[in-house]
Design a protein around this ligand. Sequence first.
Ligand code: FAD
Ligand code: SF4
Ligand code: SF4
Length: 397
Amino acid sequence: PAPTIEAATIIVATGQRPSEVVFKEIEKGPIQTIKVDPTTLHTNIEGVFAGGDVVSGPADVIAVITAGKQAAISIDRYLRGVDLKEGRPEVQEEVKDVPKEGIVRKERAVMPTLELGKRAGSFAEVEQGFDQKTAIEEAKRCLNCGVCSECLECLKVCEPGAINHGMKDEFVEVEVGSIILATGYDQFDPSVITQYGYKKYDNVLTGLEFERITCAGGPTQGRIQLKDGREPESVAIVHCVGSRDKNYHEYCSRVCCMYGLKYAELIKEFTKAEVYEFYIDMRCFGEAFEEFYQHVSEMGVNFIRGKVAKITDQAISKEERGKLVVVAEDTLLGRMIHVPVDMVILCAALQARSDTAEVASRFTIGQRADSFFLETHPKLAPVNTPTDGVFIAGCCA
Ligand SMILES: Cc1cc2nc3c(=O)[nH]c(=O)nc-3n(C[C@H](O)[C@H](O)[C@H](O)COP(=O)(O)OP(=O)(O)OC[C@H]3O[C@@H](n4cnc5c(N)ncnc54)[C@H](O)[C@@H]3O)c2cc1C
Ligand code: SF4
Ligand code: SF4
């Protein structure tokens, strides 16, 4: 027989489920909760709405108040004959699979708590909270699944009213006379050249990352600075990273010599930093490019002809301590050199987009050996393709 337990108070906590006998005509789910449209809370019966625990299963008061509010909006629209869904944000979808590539598992930080002896007779918080360093470390554990939480704060700050949370992906068919493919490029990932320390050292950046730093709308409002906020005293710009290299891409990417010079000019103009450009040879072929090269040289930029062998934080002299050291062969001096700097900008190669083959086959055009789109003739028809009406332009060609 079951044991008999004597008790002064009995708390019934037996769980809840919707009654199976009421609302028989309303469509229900497997655990008898009512099925509704997640945005409008409309049931399968015209003019009947439902919300709260009877829909979601046991939840909390806030969720139920939200459901009441949403149902009220729907009922108001229903009575006025207005579309129930228009302009209302779709209910947020749960993330099914968060990409975990490259994520290192980190244990949760232990929350410091008040000693047991100090808790009695006190309203002091038992959970003491993290210090700033631990809080930042905890925040870094976030997987950034990127799901919008529908807080709608962005609507308040976007003055032109360009954000529409009700917008859906749609396919549109447009009839056109010709198509210009200008799909651009992918940036070569310099972390595959492990000796350059990209992603290992905070202040080794790609050209595009530096571009963001110099942008007034970027993370530093255009101020050229290191990860710790200091202004760099010295910067190295490394050319041909992944370009003109038998191990990666043999071709010249054609834009990086010039943007490397642009960065040198910007750094000279806005900081007091010493600038070093490590190049194989300067390719300044466009109109006024050579003159710009001359202008930057006259600003006092150091041009070092030679391929960089490695970038390291291992100091072998007092000047190198706390710096990134660029180790390169200076082919004009004919010897290896060590240049200590605070920041390194890698001029990463431009490579064909990863979807080039798919796009090429969709438009029945070809690809060159280096994977970019193939033109009909490099001189006579450089933007034409074998498919009439389909043209190629920009970096993708
Ligand atoms: C770090 C860096 C700095 C630079 N600085 C300068 C500079 O100061 N001055 C200068 O003149 N040039 C500069 N350049 C070069 C310049 O950025 C490129 O020449 C230019 O962006 C190329 O333009 P594009 O239209 O060919 O390609 P992109 O600018 O790459 O544009 C391609 C667009 O097509 C879209 N797209 C791709 N596939 C599809 C598809 N299947 N369907 C629909 N859309 C698609 C992409 O999302 C992208 O928006 C720099 C380049 C780099 C890497
Ligand atoms: S600010 Fe806008 S995009 Fe970001 S979570 Fe809130 S509603 Fe979503
Ligand atoms: S850095 Fe200059 S030489 Fe090197 S790939 Fe870029 S454009 Fe060509």
